[in-house]
Design a binder for this molecule. Sequence first.
Ligand SMILES: NC(=O)c1ccc[n+]([C@@H]2O[C@H](COP(=O)([O-])OP(=O)(O)OC[C@H]3O[C@@H](n4cnc5c(N)ncnc54)[C@H](O)[C@@H]3O)[C@@H](O)[C@H]2O)c1
Length: 321
Amino acid sequence: MSDKKKILVIQNIHDAGIKLLKENPNYEFEIIEDVNPEVIKKKITECDGLSIRTAKLPDEIINLGKKLKIISRHGVGYDNIGLNSSKKNNITIAITATANAVAVAEHVMFMLLNISKRKNMYDNAVKKGKFNERNKLPKTIELWKKNVLILGFGRIGKALIKRFLGFEMNVFVYDPFVNSNEVENLGGKKIENLDESIKMMDAISLHMPLTEKTKNIINYDLLKKMKKNCIIINAARGGMINEIDLDKALNEDLIFGAGLDVFEKEPPEINNPLLNNEKVFLSPHTAAFTEECMKRMGMETIQNIIDFFDEKLDKSKTVKL
Ligand SMILES: NC(=O)c1ccc[n+]([C@@H]2O[C@H](COP(=O)([O-])OP(=O)(O)OC[C@H]3O[C@@H](n4cnc5c(N)ncnc54)[C@H](O)[C@@H]3O)[C@@H](O)[C@H]2O)c1
């Protein structure tokens, strides 16, 4: 019998990551694209480690992995993984902690600029031969000297603050788990009371995990308090902005616009009203899909597995269970 470690790659990743496995004599691997739970249930029984992207890996499936020692997430969120079974079975969960902050931060800037400059309307005007109607188009807004709030000041929040400051925005941070010195040293100002401070923000960007506390954190009550020119971006996890409330607030002109990379249900239902709302700019959970980031994530996902078995996986790349 082979003493090679068996790695299950659930959902394919960048070739550069696969190459790390191919070239390492200590591993054999299988890539599965079919994420049907029945398929994963069969395969998980034999593997020592696995990598996974967005497919669901609930407790009852993880419990079948009798040899399983490491689950390596291609990404940083781990809300698709059963934590109870991982803890009970002493399974390490690794994340690609150094790979995707910049890509997501750039995506937020891309969304914010697109919404504030009403990209769709202006682009369409030229393409449809309506150049001369430019004075009739609704006005765009600047980012310069505007107040922006980062909700959640972790890896992505910290990559983002530099970009906001580059646009000479006043940056505020809401994160109960970081201290004000850390925020101030990076050029921001920490706020304590979300309900009060939200009234002065021109832009808000969400960068915390989806938890019981953060679910529906942006709801109609809060939307009602925002400035009419406020733009909200969610490139973190769906469910933190109540989508029905957001649609209502946009239709009532309570805020300027919203950018969403993530949805309560993915893919969103075809009758989700936000899909037809002109004030919304959408992307299909692709904030980290740059060529460079996919390569970094693919490599880090596999390197984390190799480092784990070599007993040198950095703790900062693992989830505290
Ligand atoms: N759209 C994408 O493709 C994409 C890619 C990467 C990450 N993400 C998501 O982005 C989010 C942030 O990722 P990260 O790598 O910066 O995570 P991180 O763990 O480095 O930072 C999260 C921050 O949120 C803070 N936080 C926790 N609960 C909070 C609360 N109730 N209120 C305010 N702040 C709170 C934490 O203190 C932490 O500083 C995660 O939800 C992740 O899943 C999305």
